[in-house]
Design a protein around this ligand. Structure first.
Ligand code: NAD
Length: 288
């Protein structure tokens, strides 16, 4: 397959490198120029001969601008596969724009982070037609270990932000409970041994324990270097609240998690730290 790959940052560069082992990949980025990849002079040039154009961009506004540039340049029947994390409304608008020009479209945000992008073990949550999903499935198999077809356009983004809303809320609940346990004189290993095998268990405790030296290896064991940075969690919680407002859904825990991560990132030196660094934040705090 001929592939155009636009957005060669922390995630896009290793994803494009994995595809380039078995496909003809032409990349474009306004800033980055990773070695070992054929690069075009513009997004439209990277897109024009491609069977599939993948975008991996920072946000929905940039995605809309890039889509407006590449869609008219793409060949009939080609597919725009967007793997960025953006708002559901943008994903649906970009897909509708593509389809109106005779193109296919899939929104497929990922989970798995930079490690997953590098090792080809991402999980894709995809929205779009069965036909377009079938065409890009072999590419998901190269870049990832799992792809779930969640329904029509936008449903990949919907799945991603609902999942990450649960993650943000459970991570905060886990961190505040560990900090409370400290103050009650409970040993952290005992706390982990109980919670990880009891009804308080979750991915945040069992797979990504925010307490250093406890449970499996996690960013807590590496001075809270990300991992999954607090500002990326804040981005996803902002997207889930935007979606909740648009859909008239009541999401008080999602809102509380958003507000706590906003304070952590913007006012409390949390930027650049892993999202599990909420534990040392709670450790230092008192009730008022
Ligand atoms: P990044 O900032 O490292 O990369 C984005 C790239 O897009 C940059 O290289 C930038 O120069 C480029 N870019 C910006 N505007 C452009 C334009 N108009 N044309 C071409 N290129 C342009 O970000 P990232 O960490 O690679 O994340 C990409 C997406 O993946 C985001 O939507 C993010 O939310 C999502 N995501 C990231 C992670 C992670 O752990 N980093 C995990 C899951 C999902």
């Amino acid at each position: 397959m001929k592939i155009g790959f636009i957005g060669l940052g922390n995630m896009g560069a290793p994803m494009a490198a994995n595809l380039a082992k078995s496909h003809d990949v032409t990349g474009f980025d306004t800033m980055a120029a990773p070695k070992g990849l054929d690069l075009a002079d513009s997004a439209a040039a990277a897109a024009k001969d491609a069977d599939v154009v993948i975008t991996m961009l920072p946000n929905g506004d940039i995605l809309r601008a890039v889509a407006a540039e590449i869609h008219p340049a793409m060949k009939q029947g080609a597919i725009h596969l967007d793997c960025s994390t953006v708002d559901v409304a943008t994903a649906r608008a970009v897909a509708a724009g593509a389809e109106s020009l005779g193109l296919g479209a899939i929104d497929a945000p990922v989970s798995g982070g930079i490690g997953g992008a590098t090792h080809g073990t991402l999980t894709f949550m995809a929205g779009g037609s069965d036909q377009a999903f079938g065409t890009v499935l072999p590419l998901f198999d190269i870049m990832g270990q799992k792809a779930v077809h969640c329904g029509p356009a936008g449903n990949g983004q919907a799945a991603k932000i609902c999942n990450n809303m649960i993650l943000g809320v459970t991570m905060i609940a886990t961190c505040e409970a560990f900090a409370l346990a400290d103050k009650l004189g409970l040993d952290r290993q005992a706390m982990f041994d109980v919670v990880s095998t009891s009804s308080g268990a979750s991915w945040s405790v069992n797979a990504y324990c925010p307490a250093p030296g406890i449970g499996p290896q996690s960013p807590a064991d590496n001075d809270y270097k990300p991992g999954f940075a607090a500002e990326l969690m804040l981005k996803d919680l902002n997207l889930s609240q935007m979606a909740a407002i648009a859909a008239d859904a009541d999401t008080p825990m999602g809102q509380a998690a958003r507000d706590l991560y906003a304070a952590f990132v913007e006012d409390e030196d949390g930027r650049g730290k892993d999202f599990s660094a909420m534990l040392p934040r709670f450790e230092k705090r008192h009730r008022s």
